[in-house]
Design a protein around this ligand. Structure first.
Ligand code: TYD
Ligand code: MG
Length: 472
C-alpha cells in the first residue's frame, strides 16, 4: 500500500502545499500552514474504498414547485433587508466579522425576536457558557424570550439533539471555528474541521428544513481558519463591519443565493444592544464640518436605498519624490483615474501633491458615481475654496473628462432634498426626463469635468442655476 503523506493546509485560504512553509504561496499569509492528516480530510472515505453508486431520480426544471422559498422574517428591518426578506428555511447563512464587532449580540436579538413570535429557535455557543449568554440577554432586556440555549461544540451531538422534538425554525452556531466533528482527526479550528463541521450542519439544514446561521470570526493573522473556506458551501455570506472606536456597524451581503448582494443594514451599538439606524444618511453626515474645504457630499446608492455620505480630500504639497496617495473607503485605481482626468482635461495640477481621500464614517463606496464628489473634494482642498454646505454631487467621470449619467438619479436627489440639501451637481441628462425632485432642489447639470472646476472656482456653488423643479 502506498504510504499516505500528510498534507500542509493553509488555515487562511485552504490552499494545500507539499511541505511546510512559513508563508502561504497562495494568499501570502504568514504562519498559516498546518499539517493535516490526509486520511481524515473530506473525500478521504471515498479514496479508501469506493462503493457502487446509487441510482437517483432526476427532476425537471419546469417541475419546480415553489417559486419563492419560505422566509423567516425577524422583524429587525435592517437585518431582513440584507438577507433579502428574511432567513430562508433549509438554507445556511454565514455571518462573518471581526471578534467583538457584535455578531453574537445581533444574533441573540434576532433569536429573541423569532422565539417571541412563537418559533422554535436554538442558539448554540461554542464560545460562551449558557450563563454568559443569559447575562447578555438580561442586559439586552431579552431574558424572557423562549430561546433554547446550549454550550456545545460536537457537531454530531448538536445534530442529534436538534433532530429531536419540534423542528427548529432557526439554529445559530456561534462560532463555526469552535465546532468539531468526529469524522475528522484534525484539531478544532483547522480548515478540515471547519469544513467538515460546516458540511454536517449544512446537511442538517437541508434535511430538517431549518435555517442555520454559522458565525465565523474573521481574523487578520490567519491563526484561526478563516470562514472563507466555507463561503462556497453556504447559501449566503453576510459580513458585519464597523470602524474601530465608532459605534455604528454595517451589515453587508457578500453572497446571497436568495436575494440581492448590494443591500446594507446599518446598526448602532448602544448600551442595550444593537439599534437599527433608520436614517443612515443623517448619521453619516451628523458630525460634518460644513465650512472646511475638501469635503463633498456624495449622493450614493446602497442597493435600493439612497445614502448620503461625505467624501473628504486632503491635498498637500509633497516632500517625497513620489507623492503619497492614500485612500480609505474608496478605490485606489479610481482616485488615480480622477486625478489624471483632472490634470489632463481641467488643468488641475496635482502631480506634486500628496493626496489623501477618505469616505467618512467608515463606509466603503464602490460606485463609479462617486467620481464627481471625489473630484469636487480634491479641487476644493487644492484651491482652499469650501464647497457649498447644502450641495450634493454624483456622476461618473470618463477618461475623456465627460461626466456620465448614473442610475437612480431621482432617488439620489429625493434623499438629498429630504435631508435639507438645496443644490445638486449632477451629470447632463439626469434625472430622467419627465421626473422631478420631490422638493425644491437647484440642479446644476455638468457635462464636463472642466465645468465642475470653473463652478468651484466661481465660489463653491454651481455657476449656472436652473430654476427649482417641483413635483406635480
Ligand atoms: P459580541 O456580540 O460579543 O461580538 P462578537 O460576537 O462579534 O465577537 O459584542 C461584543 C462587544 O459589544 C463588546 O465589546 C461589548 C459590546 N456591547 C455593547 O456595547 N452593548 C451591548 O449591549 C452588548 C451586548 C455588547
Ligand atoms: Mg461572539
Amino acid at each position: 500500500m502506498a504510504k499516505s503523506h500528510a498534507s500542509f493546509v493553509c488555515q487562511n485560504c485552504g490552499a494545500v502545499a507539499q511541505r511546510w512553509q512559513g508563508r502561504c504561496e497562495s494568499c501570502g499569509a504568514w504562519n498559516s500552514i498546518v499539517e493535516e492528516s490526509p486520511s481524515s480530510g473530506i473525500g478521504a472515505r471515498a479514496a479508501q474504498g469506493a462503493r457502487k453508486g446509487r441510482v437517483f431520480g432526476l427532476s425537471n426544471l419546469h417541475e419546480a414547485e415553489q417559486p419563492s422559498p419560505p422566509r423567516i422574517m425577524t422583524g429587525i428591518g435592517e437585518l431582513d433587508r440584507v438577507t433579502g426578506g428574511g432567513f430562508v428555511a433549509g438554507s445556511v447563512l454565514l455571518l462573518g466579522g471581526e471578534p467583538g464587532i457584535g455578531k453574537s449580540t445581533l444574533l441573540i436579538q434576532a433569536c429573541a425576536a423569532l422565539a417571541g413570535a412563537g418559533r422554535r429557535v436554538v442558539y448554540i455557543s461554542g464560545e460562551e457558557a449558557v450563563d454568559q449568554i443569559r447575562l447578555r440577554a438580561l442586559r439586552l432586556g431579552l431574558a424572557a424570550a423562549p430561546v433554547e440555549l446550549a454550550a456545545e461544540t460536537s457537531v454530531e451531538d448538536i445534530v442529534a439533539t436538534l433532530s429531536h422534538g419540534k423542528r427548529p425554525s432557526l439554529v445559530v452556531i456561534d462560532s463555526i471555528q469552535t465546532m468539531w466533528t468526529e469524522l475528522i482527526e484534525s484539531t478544532p479550528g483547522t480548515v478540515s474541521q471547519v469544513r467538515g463541521a460546516a458540511q454536517a450542519l449544512i446537511r442538517f439544514a437541508k434535511t430538517a428544513g431549518a435555517a442555520v446561521i454559522l458565525v465565523g470570526h474573521v481574523t487578520k493573522d490567519g491563526q484561526i481558519a478563516g470562514p472563507r473556506v466555507v463561503e462556497h458551501m453556504v447559501d449566503a455570506v453576510i459580513s458585519f463591519e464597523g470602524e474601530g472606536g465608532r459605534s455604528f456597524r454595517i451589515l453587508r451581503a457578500v453572497k446571497n443565493r436568495f436575494g440581492p448582494t448590494d443591500e446594507i443594514g446599518v446598526f448602532e451599538m448602544t448600551g442595550r444592544g444593537l439599534a437599527e439606524v433608520a436614517n443612515p444618511s443623517a448619521l453619516f453626515l451628523s458630525s460634518r464640518d460644513t465650512s472646511a474645504p475638501g469635503a463633498a457630499v456624495f449622493a450614493g446608492m446602497e442597493g435600493t436605498r439612497p445614502l448620503l455620505v461625505e467624501v473628504q480630500a486632503l491635498v498637500a504639497p509633497s516632500t517625497l519624490g513620489t507623492p503619497r496617495r492614500a485612500v480609505v473607503g474608496w478605490d485606489n485605481a479610481r482616485l488615480a483615474m480622477v486625478v489624471a482626468v483632472l490634470e489632463a482635461h481641467a488643468g488641475v495640477k496635482l502631480g506634486q501633491y500628496d493626496i489623501y481621500l477618505n469616505v467618512a464614517g467608515g463606509l466603503r463606496v464602490g460606485e463609479p458615481a462617486a467620481d464627481l464628489a471625489a473630484a469636487a473634494a480634491l479641487v476644493s482642498s487644492l484651491s482652499g475654496i469650501s464647497l457649498a454646505a447644502d450641495s450634493v454631487y454624483f456622476g461618473e467621470i470618463a477618461l475623456s473628462g465627460a461626466i456620465r449619467p448614473v442610475s437612480h438619479g431621482m432617488a439620489r436627489l429625493k434623499e438629498a432634498a429630504k435631508l435639507g440639501f438645496c443644490r445638486a451637481t449632477i451629470p447632463q441628462g439626469a434625472p430622467e426626463k419627465g421626473e422631478a425632485p420631490a422638493a425644491v432642489l437647484s440642479v446644476q447639470n455638468c457635462a464636463h469635468i472642466s465645468g465642475l472646476v470653473t463652478g468651484i472656482a466661481a465660489g463653491g456653488g454651481p455657476p449656472k442655476r436652473i430654476p427649482a423643479v417641483r413635483e406635480n
